[in-house]
Design a protein around this ligand. Sequence first.
Ligand code: PLP
Length: 387
Amino acid sequence: LEASPTFALDSKANEIDIELKKQGDYVVRFGIGQPDFNTPENIKEAGKRAIDENKTKYTPAAGIGELKEAIVNKFKKDNGLEYEPANIMAGIGAKQVLDTIMRAFINPGDGVLVPKPYWVSYTQQVVLSDGVPLEVDFKDDLKIDVDNLKKVISEFNAPIKLIIINSPNNPTGAVYLKEELEEIAQICLDNGIYIIADEVYEKFIYGDISHHSIAGFSQELKDLTITVNAVSKTYAMTGWRIGYCAADKAIIKQMSKIQGQSPSNPCSIAQWAAIEAMEGDQGSVELMRNEYEKRRNYVYDRLKSIDGIECGLPEGAFYAFPKVSGLYNDRVKTSDDFSGQLLEEGRVAVVPGSAFGDDRYVRISYAASMDKIVDGMDRIEKFCKGL
Ligand SMILES: Cc1ncc(COP(=O)(O)O)c(C=O)c1O
């Protein structure tokens, strides 16, 4: 099992940061993927109220009824999906929900399709469940290469249980169009492959494109899809650890059994805060989205202006995924070299593309204040010019 490279990088950045702070400098942190905003006040108040009202006991393993109702309403309002509470499971962040899906589906040796570039935990969660991660190539637009997908499916000679589709995407910022999702979904239908639709960044989309939920395309696809989401990114609640999913009742029943044995319910207080997040005022989400859009535009313009870097316009999430291999030389030969030296010399933390399955790229998280972004992009430009 591999350690999470984003956490490893962040702790190295932290060490260097502590040293630099003694000299009045600091590391610009574009590594970790979490909102720089604080959890909105109304949500924090709901958490405090839950403590004062002693809502601090064990809850049903898959979440309290009130939370499941709030999630049912969310899917209906935001995604046009009709579910009942028995279709819902809440867990300790989207990460733990994803892990529970893997455990519920995978027998030793089963395949799980993981399109590259992938969020770092997908492949390792498959490995933890004794499955085989089947990497799928991507095209220049950073989206799934459908021909390669078909090839990987036809060449694997054990059952393929799942595919993970993440749109808006971490690490690329790509957002899939409806027809692109439909094409992939049809291949899954034809091959009986269940779809994990990881939609944790659905609210952060820029320009005039839209988010589409595969489960909404047809009843057949609704039956085949497990839609995963969380309050973590949408409401700047990464530390509260509430994620959830919607799926066929039989799937949720099996997942809830696993949840009941390990690890039991997600934090009771955080569940009440998550209800307020989903049912309370949504103004903070649009404020954050607007801010991310400004930052996205700025980062993209700056990256485009650096000789040797290629970068498409990220349409969602809060990441840019520039191709930096055009700058590789005798000293900097890999994305690990690039990000390592950028950290040591340029004092900017970015995640090497190797962590996501492609060594030509690095990931920049622009979930940082505009001041830091301007400073960080100046530093990146200077570093690149010196290569
Ligand atoms: C694509 C993707 N899915 C899931 C998660 C996990 O989210 P959570 O913090 O709710 O566990 C992340 C977090 O970085 C992510 O980027």
